[in-house]
Design a binder for this molecule. Sequence first.
Ligand code: NAP
Length: 404
Amino acid sequence: MEGCKITFDGSRLLVGDEPVIPFIEGDGVGPDIWAAARPVFDAAVKKAYGGRRRVVWKEIYAGEKAMAMFGTALPDETIAALREYIVGIKGPLTTPVGGGIRSLNVALRQILDLFACIRPVRYYAGTPAPVKRPDLVDITVFRENTEDLYAGIEWKEGTKEASRVIAFLKDEMGVSLREDSGIGIKPISKTGTRRLVRMAIQYALERGKKTVTLVHKGNIMKFTEGAFRDWGYELAREEFGDVTVTEEELSTRYGGRLPDGKILVNDRIADSMFQQVLLRPAEYDVLAVPNLIGDFISDALAAQVGGLGMAPGANIGIPYAVFEATHGTAPKYAGQDKINPGSLILSGAMMFDYLGWTEAGALIRSGLERTIEDKLVTYDLERQMEGATLVSCSGFASAIVERM
Ligand code: NAP
């Protein structure tokens, strides 16, 4: 196969003009949105760089397609390819509830140590949204991706393991639990917190953002979520002390005005934060959040600007990165060329930014913005918009290409 490998020199990615990028189509509507998105990616690169740059796409397999072809939902070759080529992109994968295979998405994040789930949420003019001022939302969520209740350390009610843990807690720790409890463990580490908050602050600095907010439920879960807050502040002070100020310093030292070039690092308890993003979204730029609460707030914010169909996302570690549609497999729409491909398309734009191909990313976003302004939209948006024209999944993608 032609193309070159993206490499990592220990501090940054080195991207040639023809990088090989592996993709996973995904289950359910995955093939629909991939078939729509790929021509948008290729057209953006072509338009931005003429023939000088192109992506060499390489299909790799996970989920139902992998199961049918190789008898396993996550073949070793898939992980090996993501390690070899460093940056990949994927559609949604089915996760059975309460049994069967464990989440493939969670497995990928853990195996490749993709410790930050990054979700930039902003409003595209004309998108139907449930709030009065969706345009005030421009918030990027950094959700910790490998720890917390998502670490998958749990035991089913009635099993030998659950009984042993319950007995240990009773005998050794003086904690008494109902015998018929299922058990889950919530680990949050200093290491995991510091690297997430570091990435969030670096992102804010690179993009001229003004605030980084540590979101947590530390008033109740003091040694996990509370520690997340404390370690976050500690990291900010130790590694970014010259460019960050706390809320207290803002009022005592700076009279409430953030000095130029500085970032405000503050914290909010999760329940209050859910109100803040609805009532005062303009005051927040970047959120650093433990895994479970990060999951909730990412989707809530996406809904605020018009829904999951339009929300991009990336799972990023050092050095690996996997960009992905943030919605699920929406199985009832599979194969109908109907679903909104916006999430995967915008994830691709994010990927190009990450590779330093920002012109291609910008073209995709402007094409999408104009398509929505022209009211050419898929069913999910069309049913909420006055005077809109319904287009298919692939029709939406073609309209974006025409408007780049
Ligand atoms: P879902 O697949 O996201 O779909 C739920 C509903 O959201 C759809 O019925 C549709 O609503 C709307 N929707 C989702 N994607 C859309 C799009 N691109 N355009 C327009 N509308 C969209 O959620 P689910 O039914 O809870 O999950 C199905 C499967 O996906 C599960 O196995 C789940 O574990 C998995 N999942 C995977 C990922 C991932 O791979 N990252 C993420 C989440 C869920 P309407 O019917 O109202 O139109």
